[in-house]
Design a protein around this ligand. Structure first.
Ligand SMILES: C[S@@+](CC[C@H](N)C(=O)[O-])C[C@H]1O[C@@H](n2cnc3c(N)ncnc32)[C@H](O)[C@@H]1O
Length: 164
């Protein structure tokens, strides 16, 4: 598969799973966490499709498209783990949707980080019923991994429902 084809498939999977997750939580109260602003593409998609929903963004260095920068009072700037701890104290267990896209391309290190560091740091922020969508495994205690569409690369994205 060409790199262009692979990129398109990855973006298509991301959009489909984000749309599915947003539909899943549409009738539930709660805030949204976006881990990894990047250039702001997925943040922009979330805010456009969930008007009125509070979206908190975690990013160590903002380099997004100028039109996709969250307001200061919705931005946790710094290392994601330190900022999740801060957010847990400030926001409590209110997240109904989490989208995490902080993998760094170093697959073994990303997988280890997701399992052992990111998953426990996320848990205090989750509301029962929360949907988690992540580019790396985040097996939060109390969460169930959900099936992905059959035509999707099983190792591109991971989806969970937090049962509480
Ligand atoms: C792949 S990009 C996110 C792309 C974004 N979803 C989009 O659609 O534009 C990953 C982002 O995560 C941020 N990031 C990675 N590791 C981080 C960490 N440990 N703490 C805070 N931010 C981190 C990087 O700075 C980068 O901007």
């Amino acid at each position: 598969m060409s790199r262009l084809e692979s990129f398109i498939r990855r973006m298509d999977a991301q959009r489909r799973l984000l749309n599915d997750a947003m539909a899943d939580v549409a009738d539930k109260d709660g805030i949204v966490l976006e881990l990894g602003l990047g250039n702001g593409r997925t943040y922009d998609h979330l805010r456009e499709n969930m008007p009125g929903r509070d979206i908190y963004v975690f990013e160590r260095e903002v380099r997004a498209h100028p039109g996709c920068i969250p307001p200061d009072n919705r931005l946790y700037l710094g290392h994601v783990i330190e900022q999740l701890e801060k957010a847990a104290a400030e926001l409590g267990p209110r997240a109904i949707l989490v989208h995490s896209d902080v993998g760094n391309g170093d697959e073994p290190a990303s997988i280890d980080f997701g399992r052992t560091i990111l998953a426990p740091a996320l848990r205090p922020l989750l509301a029962p019923g929360a949907r988690i969508l992540s580019d790396q495994p985040v097996p939060v205690e109390g969460a169930l991994e959900l099936e992905k569409p059959a035509d999707m690369d099983p190792e591109r994205y991971y989806i969970y429902r937090y049962l509480g």
